[in-house]
Write a protein that binds this ligand. Structure first.
Ligand SMILES: [Zn+2]
Length: 471
C-alpha cells in the first residue's frame, strides 16, 4: 500500500481534520544531491516538494518543511537536475531516410505521404522516448505546419514533454521532395511577399520561431527577402531561427536578429564580429555536433556495412523505429549507394566526425565569449534517434572542453529559455513545473553520468524510466 493511500484511509476512518485536501497532493523527494539548473552550487541532502504539477519548495530541510500527509520518497545517494531540453529536433522525421527523400529516396518502399501522415498521427511514441531519456521539453525547429499544433496537445497531456514548434522553413531551394498537397516542410522564399505572408500565417498559428534553412549571404536579392521576413518576425513578436553553417551565413543571420543558431559554424573560426553580433542579439548557439555522423551511420546501415548501434538500456526507443533501423540493409542495392560512396562509408570513423576540430574549436570560443549555448541533437534525422541521442550530443560537447556542470545549465535552463518557456520550466524553482530527473551518478562530475538516469518527473508525475515506453 502506498503511503498516501494509507494516509487517506486513516483520514476516512478517524476524520482527522489535518487530512483535508492532502490526498496525494504533496510529493516530497528528499536526500538527493540537487542541481537546480541555475548553475549554482549543488544542494546536498535536498528537499523538493511538488504540489500537483508544480514545484512548491526546493532547498535544504530547514527551508522546506514537509507538509503533513505528504508522500515522501527517500532519494539518498541520488542526483537530481531539472528535466533535460532538446532544443533542436524534428517530429516529422523518423531517424531514417524514409522521412528524408532528398537524401535517399525510399518512396517505393515507404511512400513519403504515408510516412508524414504517420508522424502526424503518432507523436506519443516519441513523447515516451523523450521522457524515457530524461527530456521533458523539446523544440521542433522545422517541420510541417501540424507540428505547431503539438504545442497545445502536448501541454495538456500529462505524459508528454512540453513542445515548442516552428513549422515550415524558409529556404532558397525548392522543397519538392517534402511537398504534400496539403502541407509542406520547405517554403521557397521567392519574393518578399512570400516571406511576409509565411511569417504572418505561422505566427498567427502560434509558431515558436521562424526558421531559415540556409541563407545566401552573397545574394543581395535573396537577402532583401530575408530582411523583409525578419522585420515581420519582429513585428509579430516571434523569433528568428537559422540553419547557417558558414561564418558569412551565420553573420548574415545575426544581422537580421536571429535568436537561435541551430548549427555550428563549420567552415572557419568564428571572429569578433560574430561574437559581438550574437551577444547584442542575446542569441543562443546550438552546436549540433552528432547529426552529420548520424547520416553516415544510417547510410552505412542501409549499405549493409554496419548496423546502427542502439545504446538503449532502458528500452526507450519505440518498436517502429527499431524495425526501421534493423531492416535498413534491405536498401543495400539502392542507386544512391554507389561503389564510390560505399568506399567512403567503409572508411568513415564516427568518433572523429562527432569531434571535428573546427566545430569543437568554435564551440569553445563561443563558450569563452559567454554566448549562451543550448543542447540540441537534430533528432529525427537519419541515424540520430529521438530521445537517446541527447547523451551522445552532451558527451561530444564535453569533449570540446565544456565543463559538465555548465553543460547541465545548457541542457536545462538555456534550452527552456531558447524555446521561450523559462518562466515555466528549465530550473527547479518554486512555481515552475515539476519536471526533473534522478540519476545514480553525479552528472556534474562527468556528463556521461546522465546515462545513469533512473527516474523522470514530468508535470509532477514521477516515473521509473524503464516503465515509460509502451509503443
Ligand atoms: Zn534540424
Amino acid at each position: 500500500m502506498r503511503f498516501s493511500y494509507l494516509i487517506s484511509f486513516l483520514c476516512i476512518v478517524f476524520s482527522i481534520s489535518a487530512c483535508t485536501n492532502t490526498e496525494q497532493e504533496y510529493l516530497v523527494i528528499k536526500g538527493a544531491t540537487l542541481y537546480d539548473g541555475t548553475g549554482g552550487d549543488a544542494i546536498e541532502n535536498s528537499v523538493i516538494i511538488v504540489r500537483n504539477d508544480e514545484i512548491d519548495c526546493v532547498g535544504i530541510a530547514e527551508e522546506c518543511s514537509i507538509p503533513l500527509g505528504s508522500e515522501v520518497i527517500d532519494a539518498s545517494g541520488k542526483y537530481i537536475t531539472p528535466g533535460l531540453v532538446d532544443a533542436h529536433m524534428h517530429f516529422f522525421q523518423t531517424g531514417f531516410f524514409d522521412s528524408r527523400p532528398d537524401a535517399m529516396d525510399l518512396n517505393e518502399t515507404y511512400p513519403f505521404p504515408e510516412v508524414a501522415a504517420f508522424q502526424q498521427q503518432n507523436p506519443q511514441r516519441y513523447y515516451d522516448t523523450y521522457l524515457c531519456s530524461g527530456i521533458t521539453a523539446v523544440y521542433d525547429v522545422g517541420g510541417m505546419s501540424w507540428s505547431v499544433g503539438l504545442q497545445e496537445s502536448a501541454e495538456t497531456n500529462p505524459m508528454a514533454p512540453h513542445v515548442a514548434a516552428a513549422g515550415p522553413l524558409l529556404t532558397p531551394v525548392p522543397g519538392a521532395p517534402f511537398d504534400l498537397p496539403s502541407d509542406r516542410v520547405l517554403v521557397q522564399l521567392d519574393s518578399e511577399e512570400t516571406g511576409v505572408k509565411m511569417v504572418q500565417y505561422m505566427s498567427a498559428l502560434g509558431s515558436t520561431g521562424i526558421k531559415f534553412w540556409m541563407l545566401r549571404a552573397d545574394d543581395e536579392e535573396y537577402m532583401k527577402r530575408v530582411e523583409a521576413a525578419a522585420e515581420e518576425i519582429k513585428e509579430r513578436g516571434n523569433q528568428m531561427i537559422a540553419h547557417a553553417t558558414s561564418l558569412e551565413q551565420a553573420k548574415a543571420a545575426l544581422r537580421n536578429g536571429t535568436k537561435l543558431l541551430v548549427h555550428s559554424v563549420e567552415n572557419t573560426e568564428i571572429d569578433e564580429e560574430f561574437i559581438e553580433l550574437a551577444k547584442a542579439n542575446g542569441t543562443f548557439y546550438n552546436p549540433t555536433l552528432i547529426v552529420s555522423a548520424g547520416y553516415m551511420l544510417a547510410y552505412r546501415a542501409a549499405a549493409d556495412i554496419a548496423p546502427i548501434q542502439i545504446n538503449d538500456p532502458n528500452g526507450c526507443v519505440d518498436q517502429k523505429t527499431r524495425e526501421l533501423i534493423t531492416t535498413a540493409s534491405q536498401f543495400k542495392d539502392h542507386p544512391r549507394l554507389t561503389e564510390g560512396f560505399k568506399e567512403r562509408l567503409r572508411s568513415f570513423d564516427p568518433d572523429t566526425d562527432m569531434t571535428r576540430q573546427m566545430l569543437l574549436q568554435n564551440l569553445k570560443k563561443v563558450y569563452k565569449a559567454g554566448i549562451p549555448i543550448v543542447v540540441g541533437t537534430d533528432a529525427g534525422n537519419p541515424g540520430t534517434l529521438h530521445g537517446i541521442s541527447i547523451f551522445d550530443e552532451m558527451e561530444a560537447m564535453q569533449s570540446a572542453g565544456i565543463p559538465p556542470g555548465d553543460l547541465i545549465v545548457m541542457a536545462t535552463k538555456n534550452g527552456a529559455e531558447s524555446m521561450r518557456r523559462l518562466d515555466d520550466f528549465g530550473t527547479l524553482e518554486r512555481g515552475k513545473f515539476g519536471n526533473l530527473i534522478m540519476m545514480d551518478k553525479d552528472p556534474a562530475e562527468d556528463i556521461s553520468n546522465m546515462r545513469s538516469l533512473t527516474h523522470v518527473m514530468i508535470k509532477g508525475n514521477l516515473k521509473e524510466v524503464e516503465d515509460i515506453q509502451k509503443n
